[in-house]
Design a protein. Structure first.
Length: 379
């Protein structure tokens, strides 16, 4: 059934004169109110802001569920449900470094979830175990290993949706990134101690992005540009940034934004089970992680993912980084869609694209979301 979303400010504009027509799970058109077909069902957004739904490429958990612990359709559904409250209409359930048996189960669960139509699932993010222990962060170094033939087969086994793999370029053989890309895998660098030269070679081989820029990677120094220097110099790759005021100082991010095109940055949450829940702690591979002051830490003070949601990330990008609201919204929608090769399907308010939308009030609090045209009021 066709319906029209009316009295909405579209994107970052103040224009309330256009209605957004939804039909068949798609955006059917943006038309002046006076031109709405007679009898069209109307949903009055009462001046709220309407934008493309948020796409999060790094979601470890939510709603009390950690994907590593529950690599099942039910686990994915619970995570998606928790994040939808905060405007996320598309996401990659993310598995941190684990055994091959767990990775296989996670990939199978994502395949089944997409086939079953679980709302919002776009694929999987496999973050490790092909990482550098020297930059392990909260990952378990004992899970890390070389990328062999079995690992390659696993990484290329998803039948539906997108596969994003985070690896350390210095721990895989030259040419592996090219082979993965040729097999349809999106490859990002993270938890890496790569030199500038190694990072630059990986970009030339087809490295597409950088996972949580600045965090868990070789830094930019005066005579050693490292992974950060290579990423900031590169004008084509996408960089995920965690804008929670804790993972990276806002001043550092503001400098980074001046180094390369804004449309090649995307907001990610790196969210843990606490998002969408109220538990003061959770378990991560045998360790207790404590949620305090809006962040997640182990008992040694190491950051362990985040307690960030996408609506808060957008607000922080606007307020802490000084970005225009249209730019912040694009980093949460259009940029990750492009990174995943989905620009022709979602991420923008344009006719023919999926009706994946979010309605926000002036405080950037989510009022409602639509996934494939199906509306759900937040709360």
């Amino acid at each position: 059934m066709t319906c029209a979303l009316v009295n909405a400010r579209l994107g970052a504009s103040q224009d309330e004169g256009l209605a957004v027509l939804l039909a068949g799970g798609k955006i059917a058109g943006l038309v002046p109110l006076a031109e709405l077909p007679e009898g069209t069902r109307r949903i009055d957004l009462q001046g709220r802001r309407l934008a493309a739904g948020f796409i999060d490429t790094q979601v470890n958990g939510g709603g009390g569920v950690l994907f590593n612990d529950e690599p099942t359709v039910e686990g994915i559904e619970a995570i998606g449900r928790a994040h939808r409250r905060f405007g996320t209409t598309g996401f990659l359930p993310t598995l941190i470094s684990d055994d091959f048996s767990v990775i296989r189960r996670a990939i199978a669960a994502v395949d089944q979830a997409i086939e079953a139509g679980v709302p919002g699932v776009l694929g999987i993010h496999i973050e490790g175990p092909f990482l550098n222990p020297a930059r392990k962060g909260i990952h378990d170094a004992e899970k890390m290993r070389a990328l062999d033939a079995e690992g390659f087969e696993i990484l290329t086994s998803l039948k539906r949706g997108r596969t994003l793999v985070t690896l350390a370029p210095e721990v895989v053989e030259p040419g592996v990134v090219t082979r993965l890309e040729a097999a349809g895998v999106i490859v990002a660098a993270g938890h890496t101690n790569a030199s500038y030269e190694t990072a630059t070679r990986a970009f030339a081989e087809g490295l597409t992005g950088v996972t949580h820029l600045f965090n868990a990677m070789s830094p930019l120094a005066s005579r050693r540009p490292g992974m950060v220097g290579a990423a900031l110099e590169n004008q084509a790759a996408w960089c995920g940034i965690i804008v929670d005021g804790r993972h990276v100082d806002p001043a550092v991010l503001r400098i980074a934004l001046r180094c390369r095109p804004l449309d090649r940055f995307m907001l990610v949450t790196d969210a843990m089970p606490c998002v969408g829940g109220d538990a003061p702690s959770f378990e991560l591979q045998g360790r207790t992680i404590f949620v305090r002051d809006g962040a997640c830490y182990d008992d040694h003070g190491v950051l362990a993912g985040s307690n960030l949601d996408m609506a808060a990330a957008v607000a922080n990008a606007h307020r802490l980084l000084g970005l225009g609201l249209d730019q912040a919204l694009a980093m949460a929608g259009a940029a990750p869609a492009a990174f995943l090769g989905l620009s022709g399907q979602r991420g923008r308010l344009a006719p023919g694209l999926a009706a994946d939308l979010v309605a926000l009030d002036d405080a950037l609090t989510v009022w409602a979301t639509w996934i494939d045209g199906e509306m759900q009021v937040a709360g």
